[in-house]
Design a protein around this ligand. Structure first.
Ligand code: MOS
Length: 728
């Protein structure tokens, strides 16, 4: 197996040699036709014989104790097969990451899953679930983050982001020539993937097969096995196509309940969560309350950075939103103060939603930087240039690549930044006030363990196999491109098989580590094959060219199939977590530009255009990368202007728990978006020189919008989202 030690090996050999010319190209998705013709099979769509339908039974209140269930009426309804409310394995929490109910009858978040109704049809199961009466001794829950700050706890010990207190912040603020001290708030937000969580469970003896919609299969397999109480090698999961995953497509209660129900009734069971149930049973992004204190000297240099956050969590704990993750690496100052406080509420747990940390942290930080730049009388791009650190502010390590200023400069030139009037409220188009805003983007770079197998067959075709997922990001396509480049094969000679836990375990999709991790493992598996091909060509890999299905060395040109002979050549590749060089600080960077129009009479905001300029190492596919970036920028628009899960403080439920009332940008809200990549192959990141891209593009995007709104009309709103009632 081709293993990899970053500092010992020369990075990127297969990619450096590649002459096929498929890497980086903006090629169409290899599975695109399957998707647009409806032939790509999603979790709920697999055709399974004799399947029964489940519908989740949930708690009608946020806090209390279940004293009993009245299931009689439900049980006698037509088509009903079973009502399951007594299984101790029923998970209490969002992603089955928390404890099982196990005799604990406490309810501690609204709509908590309590059981499942199983029937011959979806409609019968839903009707039966709704006919179950839950006897609940109701108690008063706690739902208000700021009212409960006194009982807040600090960051958990295992979090990446511990509190920092370097120097005297109060003194630095008092001594500053310019300063800002403001509080920014962001509301609860949800994933709202187009495809809801859905699973089909089938038992064959003690072997469980699950069809589902998941991001990281090897983790889901462990979690499901533990939840059901069987060994992990009894579980096989398929998730070949996923209709969106933003951190929430880990293992849901749909999977666990489907497995329990299928076991109980002795038939396959499928469960799709209703959109409304998703709002309360998939972990949310916490609300945040962020106090930014920034101080600068007479030269416009930051002298102090303070970023104190308050976030919330459910009673069973979970991930802390690392709000200051972007702050710690973006700017340096002699005085630095970072803190996070966690308030426990009777709500569904908070967890990872696209770019945990930077997505909401940078909304506040980059708005605050805009405010401070103005206080200093400086252009916001010049201000960032002045405060660009030479080394990582936290660790002192050099950056592997950092093109933040290049991104700002490229963007400024192409967006027409010089046409921006620095004084707000000066540019008018009829009743619309026009403004431009800019913000920096940063996202940490992660690598995870990932394995792949590549088989080169006697017919000259290659097959790439790994349990990697494609959550709409383009994994199928970029893995084919990497194998094509490394083996010198046109893409139509490559089959990529993903989404099956019987294949080598991949990183999965999350944290923007998917392409770098799974891609590296595929590149290494190809190296394995290239070594054998070179042996058979009697040459060294460096002396051999692979192109159009042929190996070329000296004056010989051999078809790959002929070199392979009778037995397929199998290459295995494995990249290890953190094998990216520790001696370098690694993050991806970018610059976000926005132009908005604010209606002078109604306060309505309309996006006019946006430009995102990003540096994230090597770009594997210009088209899928651009789609990722555009998706992130649209999230930025949503976070700035719309997204808000409104919590009813009396009942602890989100009142707008569907896509009719939880607003996300639709086509009419999204104007022309432009994306440009500044490509810097990061030789210190991994064998393919790639850094995480997807989540970079949400970072800073919302702040560019809010800064543009300020530039348009002179109103600074710090309570997100910026709806027209706040701007007016
Ligand atoms: Mo992402 S929030 O790690 O899918």
């Amino acid at each position: 197996m081709a293993d990899y030690k970053m500092d010992a090996d020369h990075p990127g050999t297969a990619m450096a040699r590649g002459v096929q010319g498929v890497l980086g190209k903006g090629l169409d998705r290899v599975e695109g036709a399957l998707k647009v013709t409806g032939s790509a099979t999603y979790g709920y769509e697999h055709q399974i014989e004799n399947v029964a339908y489940g519908f989740l039974i949930t708690a009608p209140a946020a806090k209390g104790k279940v004293t009993g269930f009245d299931t009689q009426a439900a049980r006698i309804m037509p088509g009903v097969l079973d009502i399951i409310v007594d299984d101790p394995r029923i998970p209490r929490q969002a992603a089955a990451f928390g404890p099982a109910r196990a005799g604990n009858e406490a309810v501690d978040h609204y709509d908590q899953v309590l059981g499942v109704a199983v029937a011959e049809s979806f409609e019968a199961a839903r009707a039966a679930a709704q006919a179950v009466i839950v006897h609940l001794g109701r108690e008063q829950g706690t739902f208000d983050t700021m009212a409960n700050v006194a009982s807040a706890s600090g960051p958990p010990k295992d979090t990446r982001l511990q509190d920092i207190a370097k120097g005297d912040l109060d003194q630095a603020m008092a001594a500053a020539v310019a300063s800002i001290d403001q509080v920014y708030t962001t509301p609860n937000q949800v994933h709202a993937a187009m495809e809801p969580h859905a699973s089909i469970a089938c038992w064959d003896g003690d072997q469980l097969t699950l069809y589902s919609s998941l991001q990281i299969l090897k983790v889901a397999k462990q979690v499901l096995a533990k939840a059901i109480g069987i060994a992990a090698d009894r579980v096989r999961i398929y998730s070949p196509y996923v209709g969106g995953g933003f951190g929430g497509k880990m293992l849901g209660p749909d999977a666990v309940l489907a497995a329990i129900a299928a076991q109980r009734i002795g038939r396959p069971v499928k469960i799709a969560m209703a959109r409304q149930q998703l709002f309360h049973n998939v972990y949310r992004r916490t609300d945040t309350h962020q106090r930014l204190r920034l101080a600068a000297d007479e030269h416009g240099r930051l002298t102090a950075i303070g970023h104190d956050s308050i976030v919330s969590q459910g009673p069973d704990g979970g991930m802390m939103e690392p709000v200051a993750l972007g702050t710690i690496s973006l700017y340096d100052a002699p005085v630095r103060h970072i803190s996070h406080k966690i308030v426990t509420l009777d709500m569904v747990m908070a967890g990872a939603v696209r770019a945990p940390g930077e997505a909401v942290g940078m909304l506040a930080l980059e708005t605050a930087i805009d405010e401070l730049a103005e206080e200093c009388g400086r252009d916001p791009i010049d201000f960032r240039r002045l405060n660009e650190p030479k080394v990582d502010p936290m660790t002192g390590a050099p950056f592997s690549t950092r093109a933040l200023i290049d991104c700002l400069d490229w963007g400024a030139e192409h967006f027409g930044w010089t046409h921006r009037c620095p004084t707000p409220g000066q540019t008018r188009d009829g009743e619309w006030l026009i403004g431009m805003g800019v913000a920096a983007a940063v996202r940490i770079n992660l690598m995870m363990d990932s394995e792949a197998r590549v088989t080169l067959r006697p017919d000259g075709r290659a097959r790439v196999e790994t349990d990697m997922t494609d959550i709409g990001t383009g994994s199928y396509t970029i893995l084919a491109q990497i194998a094509g480049e490394a083996l010198g094969l046109p893409l139509d000679c490559i089959d990529v098989v993903l989404g099956d836990t019987d294949l080598p375990p991949a990183a999965g999709s999350g944290g923007s580590f998917g392409a770098a991790s799974a891609g590296s493992s595929v590149a290494l598996a190809c190296e394995d094959i290239v070594a054998t091909l070179a042996e058979r060509m009697d040459t060294a890999p460096e002396e051999m060219t692979l192109k159009d299905g042929h190996a070329i060395a000296g004056n010989r040109r051999m078809p790959l199939g002929q070199l392979v002979g009778d037995a397929p050549l199998i290459g295995n590749g494995k990249i290890r977590q953190g094998s990216n060089a520790k001696t370098y600080s690694q993050a991806a960077h970018g610059a976000q530009f926005a132009e908005v129009a604010v209606n002078a009479i109604t306060g309505e905001v309309r996006m006019r255009r946006m430009l995102g300029v990003f540096e994230a190492g090597r770009i594997l596919n210009a088209k899928t990368a651009r789609s990722q970036a555009i998706g992130g920028m649209i999230w930025g628009i949503g976070y700035a202007l719309m997204e808000d899960a409104v919590l009813d403080q009396r009942t602890g439920q989100f009142v707008n728990h569907d896509l009719g009332e939880y607003h996300v940008p639709v086509h009419a809200d999204v104007p022309h978006l432009d994306v440009h990549f500044i490509e810097r192959i990061d030789e210190h990141a991994n064998p393919i020189g790639v850094k995480g891209l997807g989540e970079l593009s949400i970072s800073g995007a919302g702040a560019a919008v809010t800064n543009a709104i300020y530039n348009a009309c002179g109103v600074r709103v710090r309570d997100f989202p910026l709806t027209l009632d706040k701007i007016l």
